[in-house]
Design a protein around this ligand. Structure first.
Ligand code: WTA
Length: 660
């Protein structure tokens, strides 16, 4: 279990991994998805998606399934009208399920709350009325910067109900990261909390909002949920949630919006410093979120208790806590805190308490559980678990097997789900009652989805071959663009294989001999740390913004727990002084990055170097730095402008290395 994942490892696994786990007869017999789903989709893709769209309530039915005439800008379910929040809340109350628990919310300190669909409807209606009173209407942008409290979900659904776009910013991001995101999409309102619980202690959150809002003139109001009772500074833009929302009527009539009406923006890292505001719309997004959640997790609305451990700050929280599950009338657990608060069995205690039957998490967490030891889950009754999911990065076979044995009781099928913020919903994954699962492989595109692995020329590679993962058919939940930047959208996703019209996902992948897909990690300069996409450029910019740093290069080095860890190489400014390379100063640099971007972007290690390896055109050769960071012999240096640089770096490392 000490092996690390990463590209080389995934390749080794491919060569040695031959175990497969067919679904049991019992599971297959009761599964939502049957083998004919693949054939049905293949026979007529658009008819297949039209049928999936019938999972939703449409106020006006569409006249055309897909309009791809303006590619790469898709329109799905053209002419259709629906209200996303109505589909996630009201219709379940109207069909007689008002008393079903929608959310079993578990606070980090141990407080809890069960929210039925009827109550959810009242809360979302009140929040929608409150937002209206603050002047929020269709197409306005609302930033949501909150921990995992129920109000965060009410706020998202209230925006959806009003046709306003939410832009959820992860609560671990810094004030500066929040400000740039607010500014990019000119949010009018920010919804936040006074503070958040972090590892058992309340930590202030609102000061970051105050700092961000001071530099973001578009913001008119800040709506503040009281969560930790932390004392907060108050400005004339601030409004308490409990004062405004609680006094609203709990009745609200949802309006139907066009299928292509924007639903949300979610920022994600790209290869340049500026985060991309990924834009999603309504009808197609909800259709695919709902379809995938139902079939991939085999959801049974009346009996399952589902738990996705993601944060709503990431796309997984959007599609597999809020929209997919609630549209399917789920009963789900939402947990506020960290997995080791107050002890390392917290997740298993929650599984036991609520009888969780479907559990969806990330490989980084599974590896952390492995580190903590199998004796911890063994103390709890996990027999309710019947489907396990994984998302965010490649899962190495050992972690997969550990998950199956120690969490899934050697029984529960594991679905390794590949997708992206941009794809909106799951694209590649085994169907649990149909496909024999293979540890480490996401296996095959879902029915209705087109994906392949191609070479540099865009030609599909043979079984056993590796290359780039592309999506060769438009899909309902695909991004509709990057906020405010059409060119960047075309450039980033559609230019690499423009001739073929493929969407390039940025991931390397390969086929095994059976034609199953294995993901091999990002091929661009985007790191994947604990399942979070972080761009090298952003971390480099943060480092260079420190007064002692002249130049910085950042790489993702494989890390046994987090998938990749951030390793930075910095050149200090002349005159920065001798202490600038010392342990204290290095710690200050790491803290500086945490302040600029957020603690998740804190480099694992910073090395002070005299030079950086560059090509003649001045491009930093990250490949060589990755060799250094992973303690390998340095590879081919022939394209380096100055080949002695690598010797200088290695020599310098003896003195300037820092790790903590
Ligand atoms: C990676 C998260 C391997 C991949 C939903 C992708 C995965 C990026 C998997 C998107 C998986 C996600 N196996 N790699 N099952 N799932 N990835 O936008 O590199 O935060 O491009 O969306 O995560 O990350 P994002």
């Amino acid at each position: 279990m000490t092996q690390s994942p990463g590209q080389g490892q995934a390749l080794d696994n491919l060569l040695t991994e031959s175990r497969t786990f067919p679904p049991s007869d019992d599971f297959a017999a009761q599964a939502n998805a049957k083998p004919d789903l693949y054939e049905e989709a293949k026979a007529d893709r658009e008819a297949f998606w039209a049928k999936q769209a019938e999972r939703l309530h449409w106020d006006t039915k569409w006249t055309q399934v897909l309009d791809w005439s303006d590619a790469p800008f898709a329109k799905w379910f053209v002419g259709g009208k629906l209200n996303v929040a109505y589909n996630c809340v009201d219709r379940h109350v109207e069909s007689g399920h008002g008393e079903q628990v929608a959310i079993h919310w578990e606070g980090e300190p141990g407080d809890s709350r069960a929210i039925t669909y009827a109550e959810l409807q009242r809360e979302v209606s009140k929040a929608a009325n409150a937002l209206t009173s603050l002047g929020i209407g269709a197409e306005d942008r609302v930033a949501i910067y909150m921990p995992m409290v129920p109000e965060a979900i009410f706020a998202m659904l209230a925006c959806a109900r009003l046709g306003a776009m939410h832009s959820v910013v992860f609560g671990g991001f810094s004030a500066e990261a929040l400000r740039t995101r607010i500014e990019d999409s000119e949010c009018k309102l920010v919804i936040t909390t006074d503070g958040q619980y972090r590892r058992g202690n309340p930590a202030p959150l609102k000061p970051s909002v105050d700092e961000a809002v001071a530099g973001a003139p578009s913001v008119e109001k800040v709506l503040v949920v009281k969560r930790t009772n932390t004392e907060v500074a108050w400005t004339d833009k601030d409004v308490w949630w409990h004062e405004l929302v609680d006094s609203q009527s709990d009745q609200h009539t949802p309006e139907a919006f066009d299928s292509e009406h924007p639903l949300f923006i979610l920022y994600t890292s790209g290869t340049t410093g500026k985060p991309k505001g990924i834009l999603h719309t309504s009808g197609g997004y909800l259709t695919q979120a709902s379809y995938t959640h139902y079939n991939v997790f085999d959801l049974k609305s009346d009996t399952d208790v589902y738990w996705c451990t993601a944060d709503i700050g990431w796309v997984t929280g959007h599609s597999y806590i809020v929209y997919g599950p609630l549209s399917n009338r789920v009963t789900q657990v939402v947990y506020e805190g960290t997995p080791n608060t107050p002890h390392e069995g917290r997740h298993w205690e929650i599984v036991q308490k609520y009888g969780v039957s479907i559990y969806y998490t990330a490989p980084t967490l599974i590896r952390t559980f492995m580190k903590w030891g199998a004796d911890i889950p063994a103390k709890y009754d996990l027999s309710s678990l019947r489907v396990l999911g994984s998302v965010g990065e490649p899962i190495n076979p050992e972690a997969w097997i550990w998950y199956r044995e120690n969490v899934g009781g050697g029984q529960a099928p594991i679905v390794d789900t590949w997708w992206q913020t941009e794809t909106g919903a799951i694209m590649i994954s085994p169907l649990p009652g149909v496909v024999s699962t293979k540890p480490g492989s996401a296996q095959r595109p879902l029915p209705g989805i087109g994906a392949k692995v191609v070479n540099d020329e865009g030609v599909e590679v043979p079984h056993g071959g590796g290359g780039y993962l592309v999506l060769d058919e438009p899909w309902p939940s695909m991004l509709r663009g990057i906020w405010g930047d059409e060119e960047r959208y075309k450039d980033t996703y559609w230019s690499r294989f423009a001739e073929q019209g493929f969407y390039f996902a940025g991931d390397g992948a390969k086929y095994d001999d059976d034609g199953d897909i294995w993901l091999l990690g990002r091929v661009d300069d985007v790191m994947n740390v604990s399942g979070h996409r972080i761009s090298t450029t952003e971390v480099e910019s943060a480092l260079v913004s420190h007064p002692t740093v002249a130049e910085a290069a950042v790489v993702g080095a494989s890390d046994a727990t987090t998938g990749q860890g951030i390793v930075a190489f910095v050149i200090l400014r002349g005159g920065a002084g001798d202490e600038a390379g010392g342990a204290e100063a290095i710690k200050a640099l790491r803290d500086h990055v945490a302040k600029e971007i957020g603690p998740i972007a804190k480099p694992r290690q910073i090395m002070v170097v005299p030079e950086l390896p560059k090509t003649r055109s001045g491009k930093i050769m990250r490949r060589l730095l990755r060799d250094v960071a992973e303690n390998r012999a340095v590879g081919d240096v022939t394209t380096l402008a100055d080949s002695s640089v690598m010797d200088l770096i290695s020599a310098g490392l003896q003195s300037g290395k820092s790790e903590d």
